[in-house]
Structure formats: structure tokens, C-alpha cells
Write a protein that binds this ligand. Sequence first.
Ligand SMILES: Nc1nc2c(ncn2[C@@H]2O[C@H](COP(=O)(O)OP(=O)(O)O)[C@@H](O)[C@H]2O)c(=O)[nH]1
Ligand SMILES: [Mg+2]
Length: 299
Amino acid sequence: MKSIADIQAGVTKGDFLLLAKAISEIENKTNDAAIFLQSLLPQSIPIIGITGPPGAGKSTLINALIGDWVSKNKKIAVLSVDPSSPFHQGAILGDRIRMKDWYLHPHVYIRSLAARGHLGGMNSAMLSLTTLMQSAGFDYILIETVGVGQSEVEVASLADTTVVVLVPEAGDEVQMMKSGLMEIANVFVVNKCDRPNAQTFVNHLKQMIAENASAKSIQVISAIATEKEGIGDLQLAIETHHDGLAMGARKKELLLTKVMQLIVAHKMSLVDMTLVKNKLALEVEQANFNIFKFAHQFY
Ligand SMILES: Nc1nc2c(ncn2[C@@H]2O[C@H](COP(=O)(O)OP(=O)(O)O)[C@@H](O)[C@H]2O)c(=O)[nH]1
Ligand SMILES: [Mg+2]
């Protein structure tokens, strides 16, 4: 496996071949990859999670953010865990064509990841990849995830800053917010503010935040992603949050979550799930079957 210096040299030139090779090794969990990851030094490059319901405008916002950062000569990595995203491999041709500026741009690296089939390991793979990106010479790492379910909450724990994108008519999301969104969001973007009643929704959201003691530091940004409106405000909110993080206790909390994820993923990798499944099929019909006893033999 190539050294991080070689990978960086490639990224500097806009050649992502060595980076892609390193990603494959990491995804395949080779011994080389484990040694490589253990050789990386800490970096404070921001990892920004962009989440929210399908169609809220996450990809359009990311597109606008990339455009602005690239114009400032920044290098961007995007990891997409949104199967409906135009950044995703499964995207229809039209979307790929719309995004082709970024797919071919030497300062932008876009990689899509499968959200399924990583039992206990999705986050450890994401953690490895984001850490690699931080060391590879990018200035910002973006992670796009869809929805507001459990997997997004998990992915949010990988991000330094979590941006939740909502639209003005997001009645359902506001309900969900009460049950958890407030806990993962550092920044709310109310996108599609070209729609009627956007300001009413923004005011309502701000009021909810003000009433929630643990949510007070959440910033609310109004945006029209298609017009690139609000992008400067969003960048500022991200920077402000990231700067605050560098000093706060939250950083240690985030690190602890990540360490736990690595330990869980490692322990899970030691379990032969096919064996568990086959044994279960045999034993489950026994009259004295006990799930705790059964599970304990694999501890
Ligand atoms: N009217 C309006 N439409 C937008 C805005 N931002 C995005 N859209 C549109 O909303 C649709 C979904 O956007 P997309 O970025 O793919 O959403 P995602 O699923 O959250 O990634 C697309 O047709 C966009 O052009 C906005 O600010 N105003
Ligand atoms: Mg998308």
C-alpha cells in the first residue's frame, strides 16, 4: 500500500488513483490498511454531515457549496450514502451529466457508499474513509445521507458538524425533530425559501430551538439552494461550529463514540454470522431454548 505522502501528491495533482486504491484496501479490511490507518496523524479538517429527507435539496446545497469552495481553490471530498443522490453511482444519466463538472474536477473527489450490508461495520468503514480523506489533502469532507432514521443518526456521529436540511412545509419533520433531530443537528438549513410561508416556518423553528434548553446553540439558516442563496451563511455557520468544537468537551464525546464504533465493528468481525444463523436454525426448536444462553456462547 502506498504511503499517505504518495496519496497526497496524487490528490494535489488532481489524480485520485492512489486514493481510490487506498479506499479499496480499507474497504477490504486488509492488514496493510489497518497498519496504514494506524500511521495517520490527527487532522482538524472539518467533516460535515448533510442529512434530511429526500428531495429537501441536500445535493443541490452540496453542489453550491462545492462551487463556492472550488472558486476559493479548496479541495473537497464528498462521500454519498444517499442512494437517490445524483452523486450516487446508481443515479440516472441526466443527474450524472448535471454533476459532471464536479465528477471531473481535479479539486473534487466524489465517492458513493452502500448503506446496507455493513452489519456493525458501516460506521467503522466510514470512519476509516473520512480519516483517510482528512489526511489526503482535502480541505472539507462532506457526507450526504438521506432521511432522519437511525442510520443517519449513526452517520451524524461521524461528522464534526451535522447540517439538517428541511423545507418550509416540513410538518412531519418537525414532529420527528421533537424525537431526536434536535439532538443531532448543529445547523438547520430551511431550504426552498422561495416557497410561500417559508419565513413562518423559519420563525417557528427558531422558537422551538429557543424553548429547548439543550438545543439553544443550533443555528438556523434560510436558503434557496438552486439560486445559491444562503450558501455564504451556511459556510459561516459550519466554520463557527467547527471552531467551537476544537475547544469544547463535545470533541472528546465524539471521539469516544468513534472509538466505541471501532471496538464494536472489530468484535463483530470476530463473529461468524453464518455459523450463528445455522446454529440458531438447529437450536431454536428445542424446548429449553434460551436466547441469552444461546448468544452467550459467541461472547
Ligand atoms: N424551488 C426550489 N427547488 C429546489 C431548491 N433546492 C433544490 N430544489 C429542487 O429540489 C429537488 C430535489 O433536490 P436534491 O438536491 O436532489 O434533493 P436531495 O434529495 O435532498 O438531495 C431538485 O429538483 C432541486 O432542483 C430550492 O431552494 N428551491
Ligand atoms: Mg441527494
